[in-house]
Design a protein around this ligand. Sequence first.
Ligand SMILES: [Zn+2]
Length: 478
Amino acid sequence: MSKFILIILLGQFLFSGNLRSIYAKNDTVPYSAHLLGRYIMHASVTGNERPAGLFFSTIARQRGFHVEILTDEPGSFNFTASLYPLEMNKPNIILLNHIDVVPATVELEHEYVHPPFSGAIDQGMVWGRGAIDNKGMGVMQLLGMEYFLEFASKTDLPFNVTMLAVSGEETGGYLGAAIVVDQFLELLNPVAVYGEGGAGLPGILRRDPERKLFGISIAFKRSLWLELRLTNITSGHGAVPPPDYVVKEKVQALNRLLDRSERVRFSGITRKMFNELGRIEGGARGLALRNIWLFRPFVMRSLRQEEVIFSLITNTATITSLNSPPGAANQIPQEIIAVLDCRLLPETQTEDFIADLRRIFDNDAIHIRIIHERERTDSSETGEYFDFMKEALHTVYEGSGVIPVLAPASNDNNYFRALGIPTYGILPVYIPVYLLETIHNVNERIPIDALEQGIAVYRELIRIIAATKYDVSGYELN
Ligand SMILES: [Zn+2]
């Protein structure tokens, strides 16, 4: 059988009988929304993932997936749901999501239209903590895979697809993705990972603001948290200030940091990003974006206005804390500590960045200590697995643009990418910005339409991988 015919058969299989099973309930609200609503009701603030994880894994098992609980410890419930048992050790496409959610903002209680863990279905949307981040994505992945369950049960495909749901993403992934990568990597046998990332956005392309643009992250800016301690034993009475004292010196040093003009850096990944963006944009602006290095002097002013884009071409340092020991109003403290949340571009070395800071502070007495830093990792190549997702997005969102991007912050994807596994971050939905802003906020909610489109993207992704990456021509459908 030719590959072409098989793709058509596979397509027919996918869009016939199985589609109905998803809409089996005789109402207008699809199963995906009911499932997400119930999943949200199992509140799973980081550290308390187990009830939600048990619920979601049980559903997966009931629907016919091969489920494995990888860990079931306090604050660490990690499980997989696969087309084939992991023990078969087939090359595996991993769809990664996280079970945990951030706490509800209690002080804003009166702002909630529906309680934060209601899972309410209202106004065509599913409401509650995790609707977008990240339970909604888990539901999309599972139900996208479900279209292939029956086919997989009758056919020994040369690859597996696994949904991996982990704990603790919101606090660094130490009890989730880190453990999985450390202890279960061989069992998972991943060839590619599709995890959390940004959603599709309108308004990026000037010539066609309506056109949707999806950015698939292939690298990220890594965090470097620094403590800046300054001790200076001076006279202690505020009425007769010494020429230098810690608060004054620290404020001066930090002022120099805030006043500096941040150096713009274009790395391989950001050039690739601007190049793709320029190609989609077209026209004069497109030409400038494609050759951003050449056109830098002309576009820099407008780039500085665009917060997100600007953060992708600069190292940033945000002062998140400034503290001296509590004392009387007329008492000069002898020590002061500031904390910086720095986000570094992939090619920036920690030592170089800190050396730069020292030059800017111009005060040798400031002692810099690293509180935490993420390791440097290479970016994933765009490559074939990038293209599969790109094609899936194009299929579901006709006329959309897809580009590789650098993510401004890291997430669980990094654990896999650090091992050289092609890893891509994307939330494959198109949601208005005002709804994206409900993430980690009051009234988090996702339109049911977006949920269904997300399912369609994962379904397409698997179909495309089956048809192009793996030679499925030797397999009969019945
Ligand atoms: Zn998340």
